[in-house]
Design a protein around this ligand. Structure first.
Ligand code: SAM
Length: 281
């Protein structure tokens, strides 16, 4: 059977290289190259960008990214069994694919990439939120990347884009929406993957804003939201009691009723509260 890029179909790649999925590595592969090309396209215009991909596995999304014109792809894969399959893709696209056999949590990627940089990945579920949190909390803003296009469990995707007042609204929504514009761009049923996971998945595209939506110190905002959402059914004045002796005044000055629950407080007011905390010393 022929494929759009002339490389073997992914089922053959998996059979040839004996890439049976390992649960411990979060391996649920996408074998439909039309689908991986669609995910690559949802990352935006790749032609002038370097792309970082975490967890290429047998290389379905990697092939999508290269076929869609990515200038250079750095693909980091922990599973050494996938190296031979990825080397075949690198040979097919000379000079455009660099593969690293490493744990993505351990690599300093910036040294290997030239801006503009986009990140696109079907993330292993076990490290997905850890990587997202790291990408959203760099030392300085704007970050080294211009956009993130990431596959998550649908439940995690919903938490990233959640609005105040919804069950999914919490720290991840605030962290994501403070400095990026996040959108769900695709939903996928379990059958889209081999093997099929138990849950639905979704692709989220997050574009880095040039500056935060509302001013606040990143550390203070993180501290305030961690305390507020530790018990989401508690009133703000109770959860934040330890924050400052005059916490009720600070809440009021930020436009928050002390009796409000954190899940109803919008991002703008959390930022106002973080500023009030810093101003109060
Ligand atoms: N991109 C492929 C696809 O779409 O078919 C595979 C996606 S699969 C959900 C996740 C991949 O991440 C697996 O290939 C797994 O081996 C790899 N992986 C898991 N943990 C990793 C880590 N810490 N660093 C790099 N890769 C990792």
């Amino acid at each position: 059977m022929s494929t759009i890029d002339g490389l073997p179909p992914l089922r053959d790649v998996i059979a040839t290289h004996d890439l049976r999925a390992k649960k411990a590595l979060g391996q649920n592969f996408l074998l439909d190259l039309n689908l991986t090309a669609r995910i690559a396209r949802s990352a935006g215009d790749l032609s002038g960008s370097d792309v970082l991909e975490i967890g290429p596995g047998p290389g379905g999304l990697t092939r999508g990214l290269l076929a869609e014109g990515a200038r250079h792809v750095l693909a980091i894969e922990k599973d050494s069994r996938a190296m031979a399959a990825l080397a075949e893709i690198a040979d097919h696209y000379p000079g455009r694919l660099e593969v690293m056999n490493a744990d993505a949590l351990e690599v300093d990627v910036e040294a290997h990439l030239t801006p503009p940089i986009r990140i696109c990945a079907n993330l292993p579920y076990n490290v997905g939120t850890e990587l997202l949190t790291r990408w959203l909390t760099p030392k300085t803003w704007p970050p080294f990347w211009t956009s993130l296009t990431l596959m998550f469990q649908r439940e995690v995707a919903n938490r990233i884009v959640a609005e105040p007042g919804s069950k999914a609204y919490g720290r991840l929504a605030i962290l994501s929406q403070w400095r990026t514009d996040p959108r769900i761009v695709m939903e996928l049923p379990p059958e889209a993957f081999t093997p099929a996971p138990k849950v639905h998945s979704a692709v989220v595209h997050l574009t880095a804003l040039p500056e935060p939506r509302f001013p606040a110190n990143a550390g203070t905002l993180s501290r305030v939201t961690a305390m507020a959402f530790q018990q989401r059914r508690k009133m703000m004045r109770a959860s934040l009691k330890g924050l400052h002796p005059e916490v009720e005044d600070l809440l009021t000055s930020a436009g928050i009723k002390p009796t409000d629950r954190p899940e109803t407080v919008p991002l703008e007011k959390f930022c106002a509260l973080a500023r009030a905390v810093d101003a109060a010393g």
